[in-house]
Design a protein around this ligand. Sequence first.
Ligand code: NAP
Length: 495
Amino acid sequence: MMQQKKRVVVIGAGMAGILAGIKLQEAGFSDIAIYEKADRIGGTWRENTYPGLTCDVPSHHYTYTFERNPDWSRHLPPGAEVQAYFERTVTKYGLEKLLHFNKQATRAEFLEGRWHLEFEGGQTDAADILIAATGVLHKPKYPTLKGLDSFQGDCFHSARWDHSVTLENKRIGVIGNGSTGVQIVSALAGKAAIVEHYVRTPQWIMPVENGHFSVEERAAFRDPEVLRAAMKIEEYNTAVERYTMAIVDMKSEGAREMAAYCLANLEQNVKDPVLRERLRPDHTPLCYRLIFSPDYYDAIQHPNAALITEDIDCIEHDGIRTRDGELHELDIIVLATGFHADTFMRPMVFRGRNDANLDSLWSDGPKSYLAITLPGFPNFFMLNGPNGPVGNFSLIDIAEHQWDYIAQLIDKLADDECDEISPYLDSLLQFETERAAAAKETVWYKGGCTSWYLDKNGVPASWPWNYSRFVKEMAEPDWSAFECVKRQGNTSSNT
Ligand code: NAP
């Protein structure tokens, strides 16, 4: 393996930052620093610790491909096990020495061929290559509800769960009906005295099995061949392809099949016809990110659970007052109200070559060439950047494909073929025009809902094509889209 001399800084020590650290070390880079704003690794799996936290991707598929995990306890991985998996992986691959915690990046500027970084508290660093692995769903979105501060009980966002608050015998209101709210209500029904679920927009629920793996099964999975066979990788990839096709084409067989599953789930598993109608969504399934749940309908029919679809008027000292004038007295209010999904590495000052400014480039919303690179920001690469694939599949898999692509760009720098590599502005604009047009054909746009996928112009901010197109695009960069600058001879060329 060739020793690489370039210094690489990675921002973020979640799933993607850990991946970058492992892959960079493997490629012979030894001068690496991974900066993390929090005090430990894990990203979204560190931030979220709410009761019922589960990943909705089948557990054996929710790992790095090079580090499978035979030890998952269930078919869907519990959040704490996901966090433990990443912690083990960091130790196994010797990443601790690269990690710097409690370092929030505040400024990055490309000056004289290098990235110059500043962190809260004044520390600085410089690097030849900068990687943003800053995640998507970690900046809590708080609702603007009148009187929220006046509540005398405990109130916290789902991603800021206060574990010092006991839940037994408490009256709990959960606001929000995304995957998070659904998982919390499912976990609390029957445990708390009362669980009220405040639902502004009913969602389709896809049924899913979440059984336990037996001790014998887990022992057998230690044999990689047994695990690989159990994972049915081909079948899984076909399902992902079908799912992405269902988003792209609302009339596809997969779309019809998923809609039928969701409808049957509602019809067959909610007994009270009045409750059933209150739970019935008015949009096309998959318009929102689909919720997979083995137990939500059971939970909401529990005698201690209540569905509240009346709009919230305000929060008061003793609870939530709904528009019909009723005061719902509560001890705890959980805000499962989602995240600011469009911040990426911000807030930070981000300047590229010749004073290129991220705020200007993103004035109309975050955009990037293939979710990875930005014109005017050389030697800078994003994992899970703007408008990349997000959905009911593994973002780890997505990040690995993105890394394969990034690695080829980095090779050009490591081999000194280019000193600076970045996409042309035209590459971004052309891609973005095509992407936005395709996005307007998807179920996110046409399915009759307003989800967090939509940007401020109402265009879905996501990968609007199928999975196989993504895999193909990531296999090798279209080199004509990139500007490769050689500083010494002062020549600039396509690579
Ligand atoms: P989310 O999907 O953005 O849902 C936020 C919920 O809060 C929505 O139901 C929204 O209602 C509601 N809400 C916001 N403001 C409100 C207000 N003022 N009054 C009443 N309701 C309000 O957030 P999330 O559930 O935290 O999920 C975030 C993302 O993470 C989603 O893509 C989700 O699928 C994903 N996730 C994945 C997993 C997994 O297993 N992989 C687990 C958890 C979460 P409206 O729809 O009416 O706006």
